[in-house]
Write a protein that binds this ligand. Sequence first.
Ligand SMILES: NC(=O)c1ccc[n+]([C@@H]2O[C@H](COP(=O)([O-])OP(=O)(O)OC[C@H]3O[C@@H](n4cnc5c(N)ncnc54)[C@H](OP(=O)(O)O)[C@@H]3O)[C@@H](O)[C@H]2O)c1
Length: 204
Amino acid sequence: MHIVITGTSSGIGKFLAENLGKKHKIYWVARRKNTINTIDFFEWNICDNDFLEKLTEKVGILDYIIFNAWVGYFGDFEAISEENHREILETNLLSPLLLAHKLLKNKKIKTWIIFIGSIASKKSLKNGASYMASKFWLRGLAMGLKNDYKKLQIQIINPSIVKTDFHKKNRLDMSNYRENSLEEILKIVEDIISWKEKRFEVDV
Ligand SMILES: NC(=O)c1ccc[n+]([C@@H]2O[C@H](COP(=O)([O-])OP(=O)(O)OC[C@H]3O[C@@H](n4cnc5c(N)ncnc54)[C@H](OP(=O)(O)O)[C@@H]3O)[C@@H](O)[C@H]2O)c1
């Protein structure tokens, strides 16, 4: 299988890429280079339009694309800069939307699109209004695409908390969220790929 995964330099994306890479051909995408050397690494900012063009040209027909990359700025809504609010929406929502648009337009996606959403699209999170908004809209994008592309398998996984590097740098009050392991997220993706998990939305 040929799979593009965005956001592979750390956290969930890195774990998915390393493990799925044992059986499948992975195209990694992030701004920082990963520790694993691969010719199929795209060192790009997913908000950059040139990236969309080049990725679309370079990849053949993909079996899957996993939209995982994100940024999050948390704190008092007014204290977060306009630039940071914009970056959240561009990275978490606009870039997957435009990348899906380009790949679908160029008939590059054969079967699956997997969105990594968040339970924060459904359940309130303190000091994370624009992150919540980006994930709420991402769910809307996933639902809309599922409705429009009946022949494609489109699914969204909503993790709760996964203790990635992000949490080492940021202290968030997520006491009402359960903790997920990286293995749990990998298992869901593997189940999706092997047709065991068919639900549109998987809340973890
Ligand atoms: N961790 C959690 O508790 C949690 C909970 C619910 C949902 N999620 C979701 O799970 C996904 C992964 O989270 P995580 O905690 O594993 O993230 P993470 O460790 O912070 O990693 C984020 C990844 O996104 C990439 N990225 C960010 N901006 C980018 C850009 N402009 N261009 C290319 N790549 C970019 C980063 O790479 P570079 O910086 O190298 O570009 C990095 O590889 C996200 O969609 C998040 O919303 C996470």
